[in-house]
Design a protein around this ligand. Structure first.
Ligand code: SF4
Ligand code: SF4
Length: 204
């Protein structure tokens, strides 16, 4: 029989005094250590709906759905944590650093995969000309706050940030062919703004 090494002997003696390293889970609750990467969870306060987390997710576990058909257009981001590999990239690359966190929750097994969802919903801002999605309202407000006075270079941002979005939303939609300088202070997507600016400069 091989003689035990001194280190192993020391570990065995220490274990007699300190007790075992293993825990009694599942007979006793287990609290994972700080930094443990468990179930990802959105924070509806911290999330601005920018989609960066969905773009960096290597497992394509975050789905983005823009619902523009109803009275209130919304963006829904959903983490499918049955597909999540708990890499933490979403948390690491979150624009606000407060929108999504990996919790210490690890008991995630179940029989119904349709329940393995963690959603967050945000209001969308829609272009008043072509009806496409400009972005999540909170995202536009966040960008405007970060830009400060420079946000005045983009009327969509400033109309949103000044709280006059409700007036803008109530404005009568206009067709692309009749866009003119008067429509500068509308909430419009980058394509329609480009059309307005080109007509202002070249008149077509
Ligand atoms: S704020 Fe963070 S959590 Fe929310 S959509 Fe952007 S990256 Fe994702
Ligand atoms: S932890 Fe990784 S795999 Fe899971 S949702 Fe975040 S980025 Fe995707």
């Amino acid at each position: 029989m091989r003689k035990p090494k001194l280190r192993e002997l020391r570990e065995a003696l220490l274990a007699l005094v300190r007790g075992p390293y293993t825990t009694k889970y599942p007979f006793e609750p287990h609290v994972p250590p700080e930094g443990f990467r468990g179930k990802p969870q959105y924070d509806s306060e911290g999330c601005i709906g920018c989609k960066a987390c969905a773009e960096v997710c290597p497992a394509l576990a975050i789905k983005v759905a823009d619902e523009t058909g109803g009275a209130k257009p919304i963006r829904r981001l959903t983490v499918h944590y049955d597909k999540c590999i708990f890499c933490g990239q979403c948390e690491l690359n979150c624009t606000t650093q407060e929108g999504i966190k990996l919790t210490r929750e690890f008991e995630l097994a179940g029989f119904d995969r349709s329940k393995f969802r963690e959603p967050v919903e945000l209001d969308l801002v829609i272009c008043q000309v072509c009806g496409c999605v400009v972005g999540a309202r909170k995202h536009l407000l966040w960008v405007a706050r970060r830009l400060g006075p420079k946000a005045y270079a983009n009327p969509t941002l400033i109309v949103t940030a000044e709280g006059s979005i409700s007036l803008a939303e109530g404005a009568t939609p206009v067709k692309q062919e009749s866009l003119s300088r008067n429509d500068m202070m509308r909430v419009v997507c980058p394509d329609c703004r480009r059309t307005i600016v080109l007509r202002e400069i070249w008149g077509e």
